[in-house]
Design a protein around this ligand. Structure first.
Ligand code: ADP
Ligand code: MG
Ligand code: MG
Length: 212
């Protein structure tokens, strides 16, 4: 039942940086199969820059939104390609609904819904097009269901993370119709989408830190 505040948002962000660096090669390899092989490098560079910004702060961030806004602006300025603007917009939208001292379950759902909305506004992908939307969409659905069933904020994130992982795995047989992988047409089938995979890692970091 514990709410999540700025300290959680910082822990989530630091954990995300650690996890994307740990999974850098795996994300590069996935993107090499159906893209240009830079997704792991893009995210590792972006979140390493985010860590530097967090370390340079001279005061604790005052709320979750302030942390997410820092992530958004840093990703937008340091990560090129598709993922930088997409994740940047997701974090920026999420920041706008989390300018609160602490998030309850409904606010965690709002954070996730805003993130997905940002990605869809920016990238115009529908579910089933083999993108990060295929991880975010089941994550939001699972979060809503968990919150409706009375789950704690950590429980909402756990449900979202598990659904995101399932959504990422379910991209494997899909044919990409958005982004660079769509250039491959039918040949994009048989590979897991890198962006959906990184989304599952980011949401897993959110859930893990909320459970601590
Ligand atoms: P780039 O393709 O420019 O090299 P990245 O490799 O960093 O960028 O990111 C690729 C990921 O971005 C894909 O795996 C996919 O999940 C996501 N992506 C690409 N286009 C879109 C889109 N229009 N909407 C949502 N996600 C997208
Ligand atoms: Mg790429
Ligand atoms: Mg690229």
């Amino acid at each position: 039942t514990g709410t999540l505040g700025a300290a959680w948002a910082v822990a989530w962000t630091r954990r995300t940086a650690q996890v994307v660096v740990e999974h850098r090669e795996e994300l590069i390899e996935l993107d090499r199969q159906i893209g240009d092989g830079d997704h792991g490098e893009n995210l590792a560079r972006g979140f390493t820059a985010v860590l530097a910004k967090l370390d340079a702060l001279d005061a604790e961030p005052e709320d979750v939104g302030a942390v997410l806004k820092l992530v958004a602006t840093t990703l937008m300025s340091t990560v090129g390609g598709a993922a930088g603007p997409l994740y940047g917009t997701a974090y920026l939208r999420a920041a706008k609904v989390t300018a609160l001292p602490a998030l309850d379950s409904a606010a965690v759902v709002a954070l996730l819904e805003a993130g997905l909305e940002g990605i869809v506004v920016r990238g115009k992908a529908n579910p089933g097009e083999k993108t990060m939307v295929d991880a975010w969409t089941p994550a939001v659905e699972a979060a809503v269901a968990a919150a409706d069933a009375g789950a704690s904020p950590a429980g909402v994130l756990a449900a979202a993370a598990e659904a995101a992982r399932g959504g990422a795995e379910a991209t494997t047989p899909l044919v990409a119709t958005k982004g660079r992988a769509s250039y491959l047409g039918e040949r994009s089938a048989g590979h897991q989408d890198p962006g959906a995979t990184s989304t599952a890692l980011i949401l897993d970091a959110a859930a893990t830190t909320a459970a601590e």
